[in-house]
Design a protein around this ligand. Sequence first.
Ligand SMILES: NC(=O)c1ccc[n+]([C@@H]2O[C@H](COP(=O)([O-])OP(=O)(O)OC[C@H]3O[C@@H](n4cnc5c(N)ncnc54)[C@H](OP(=O)(O)O)[C@@H]3O)[C@@H](O)[C@H]2O)c1
Length: 321
Amino acid sequence: MRAVVAPAGAALELALIDRAVAGPGQVLIKIAYAGINRPDLIQRMGAYPPPPGAPQTMGLECSGEIVAIGPGVTRWKPGDLVCALLPGGGYADYAWADEGCCMAIPDGLSLLEAAALPETVLTVWANVFERAALQPGEHFLVHGGASGIGTTAIQMAKAHGAKVYATAGGAQKAALCTTLGADVAIDYQTQSFVEIIKADGGVDVVLDMVGGPYVQQNLDCLKLDGRCVQIAFLQGPQVQLNLMALMLKRLTLTGSTLRARTVAEKSRLARAVETHVWPWVAGGQVRPLIDSVFELEDADAAQAKMQANAHAGKIMLKVAG
Ligand SMILES: NC(=O)c1ccc[n+]([C@@H]2O[C@H](COP(=O)([O-])OP(=O)(O)OC[C@H]3O[C@@H](n4cnc5c(N)ncnc54)[C@H](OP(=O)(O)O)[C@@H]3O)[C@@H](O)[C@H]2O)c1
């Protein structure tokens, strides 16, 4: 099958490799579309190795048709259309997926749109709705509001009834956050999110991918009993903190990664997303924002666009759609 490989220090290229095989509890998907995620870029740099047993090639999500099932699979059969969270290997003609990590295509969505959902929706669900337990009526801040994760988080938090603050780099990206439903969009290039949010009385939950100097500022923005969830640290993992706010405001600082979770945990998250988020998707309250679609052989240009932050929402690969 065709798969995108990453020769050390060179551009991504298409190669022919052995076709993926569905093992016990797994399905084989003929991929229509695959999503590009920032973790793919980090994997390519060598800082995010695939977990044991995962394909070495990149690609954390896809949509397509199930063409074979392994022993023990009960929910799916060949011919079913699904979107799936993958342990890797999505930049290819075929990928195996754990049965529990496959999800029904939400009503009314194309295969292109469905492929854009698994990584971001499961990440936002796991961190904002489970770890931080965002409640309707609470105030929620997401950094990187125009990112794949950010565009999803804004819409899911709004659908849940939260007041949403989003930061983004530049007036255009900030305006996009407003279009997606953010009540307050902050262009961090010209505005201080700390000043704006403190003047508004603070937020209950922060979803942060920036790290570095943002961590103290996030704590400063939180209300009593506030929760901050770290899902990445684009400005660095090492921080110096004044813990006074943590104690006085009874704050929680936590974090998680999706890829390192067990299949059972990811499957549980996938069921929760089908139950709670797919109705929002079918109802139009949550829609994937597709920035651009590249052919599989143009994966290098697609990743370069993400590296340059020249996108808003999701960058996708068309495999056979
Ligand atoms: N923990 C998990 O389970 C998990 C799962 C999925 C993704 N993630 C992480 O979540 C983040 C978003 O993923 P994504 O796929 O949505 O990526 P993405 O679309 O590329 O978004 C990343 C955004 O971060 C901002 N950014 C980039 N470099 C920055 C820097 N040095 N300082 C501050 N901001 C910067 C950019 O927004 P502006 O142009 O507005 O600055 C960019 O749009 C990534 O860091 C990814 O690793 C974590």
